[in-house]
Design a protein around this ligand. Structure first.
Ligand SMILES: Cc1ncc(COP(=O)(O)O)c(C=O)c1O
Length: 490
């Protein structure tokens, strides 16, 4: 990297690392954005009503607290309505969960089989904490047993062509070998076992920040239908959406109460005859995994799934619910109040969307100032709508995230997530390599530290480029060491 293109704000290297740690790893909501006063009101109102209070402390009905299912159905209808085809979402399509993580475990326990389900296709880079959930369900990769497979993304989102090709090959191989796959789980009338599971975050993905286009979403649904696949969509960031044009955001004076794209689950309901088309079994091919974590707080441990009525019923029939009742019953009663009064929708519109937009603009302008001139790049930089919590950065030229992450911590006291963290464990394919990427989170760290954090990172990148301008650095840090070094910050 010639000195002439190095931006002036990065000219000096500090002698000692700054004392204030800046954490751009942690993917949690900023505590200052928790809706605590709203919950204080909602809990008081709920518990003051003996009927609701009694049901709040009892075992929850299997599909979850009905008022919350109804309130969610209304909100989802209004938020996705125009994009999702406009028709009303029935509350019977919704089951209450303990949040997206617990829900993924339940989806797999009801709708997958570690033997009969051929593969878990994970759009990579993938949300790394999902890996253990798949492994716990019997899909760990080891030796010849390759159950979790990376599927690439490009600038339009999920690369469905590649996904389709891989599934086709997998099917052909299975048929050639005689397809004697056993089913380990008993047959249950409320459930089915899908042949394939596809896992993705279609909107403001964690970690890649990409949004999959409408065309690709439709292709994804059709691909799933062709191969008896279930697409599990973690739609957990959809509500945190804002225009990428700062002026437009200011003009809007608040956020947007309409999604710009339908979810794959909306498309499954509506396109080519929908889930009730002739010959379909009524379970559908997509489930939307929703959560109050990002718009309320992770401690709420409450979320929902939306799928066909038949699919939602199967989730409600899971063994843990039959024994323990619907997850998060007490919190469900509070969340129902927050939605019925409109408090949560208002909070999203007037607090969260503007706050995350501000944070995003700060981080992006710092990236433009300190990182892009060094040769770093961001995906989908031309898009009109952004959101979620993350920005995915490709490092300039030969730099490796392991070295950048290590040096950023030591020299500049800033922590960022290395791309390798989001590689599917045990998949050695080329599409599963992210050694030249890092993920930055703008949700957790104090807003006034975001620009400073990116500037410090710029200094590190600049120094590393100076140290090895042509041939690249010796790969000094093992990626497992690297993971351990940031683990305590997520
Ligand atoms: C894609 C994705 N799915 C699931 C989760 C976890 O959601 P929950 O807190 O609802 O379990 C996260 C949180 O970071 C996430 O980014």
């Amino acid at each position: 990297m010639p000195d002439s293109v190095v931006p002036s704000p990065l000219t000096s290297q500090d002698a000692a690392p700054p004392s204030r740690l800046i954490n751009l790893v942690r993917g949690w909501p900023a505590p200052s954005l928790f809706p605590i006063p709203l919950l204080q009101r909602a809990t008081a109102a709920t518990l003051a009503n003996p009927d609701i209070a009694n049901s709040a402390f009892a075992y929850g009905p299997d599909p979850g607290h009905e008022p919350l299912r109804r309130a969610l159905a209304e909100w989802l209808t209004s938020f996705y309505g125009p994009a999702g085809g406009g028709s009303k979402i029935s509350y019977k399509r919704i089951a209450i969960t303990g949040g997206a993580s617990q829900s993924l475990g339940n989806i797999l326990s009801v709708y997958s089989d570690p033997e009969w389900t051929r593969k878990i296709w994970l759009v990579a880079p993938a949300y790394f904490l999902s890996f253990r959930i798949f492994e716990d369900a019997g899909f760990a990769n080891f030796g010849d047993r390759q159950k979790m497979v990376a599927v690439p993304e490009d600038d339009e989102g999920v690369d469905v062509e590649s996904l389709r090709r891989h599934i086709e090959e997998c099917e052909k191989r299975a048929q050639k070998e005689g397809d004697h796959t056993p089913v380990v789980k008993p047959s249950r009338p409320w459930a089915k076992i899908y042949k394939h599971i596809i896992y993705c975050v279609p909107t403001f993905a964690n970690p890649s920040s990409r949004t999959t286009s409408l065309k690709r979403r439709k292709e994804l649904v059709r691909c799933a239908r062709d191969f008896d696949a279930l697409v599990v969509c973690d739609d957990v960031y959809d509500f945190l959406s804002f225009p990428t044009n700062e002026k437009q955001m200011e003009k809007q004076q608040g956020g947007t109460d309409k999604a710009s794209l339908p979810r794959p689950v909306d498309l499954d309901r509506t396109i080519d005859g929908g889930t009730e088309r002739a010959g379909a079994d009524g379970f559908g091919n997509v489930v939307s995994n929703g959560s109050f974590t990002k718009i309320g707080g992770p401690g709420l441990r409450c979320g929902w799934i939306e799928g066909t009525e038949k699919f939602a019923f199967g989730i409600a029939e899971t063994g843990t619910t039959k024994s323990g009742g619907a997850p998060s019953q007490l919190v469900s009663t509070f969340m129902a109040d927050l939605l019925e009064t409109g408090d949560l929708q208002n909070h999203v519109l007037s607090v969260l969307q503007p706050a995350y937009a501000r944070r995003f603009f700060k981080m992006v302008s710092a990236i433009e100032k300190y990182l892009l001139p060094l040769g770093a790049t961001m995906p989908q930089s031309e898009r009109q709508v952004a959101g979620g919590y993350f920005i995915w950065i490709s490092l300039p030229g030969h730099l490796l995230s392991t070295d950048v992450v290590q040096r950023a911590k030591i020299d500049q006291n800033v922590v960022v997530a290395p791309g390798e963290m989001f590689q599917i464990p045990g998949d050695e394919s080329e599409v599963n390599r992210f050694q030249r990427q890092i993920r930055l989170c703008f949700a957790w760290e104090d807003e006034d530290q975001l620009s400073e954090g990116v500037m410090r990172l710029g200094k590190v990148i600049q120094e590393l480029l100076k140290e090895a301008p042509q041939k690249g650095l010796q790969h000094k840090t093992e990626s497992s060491q690297n993971r351990e070094s940031v683990e305590k910050f997520w």
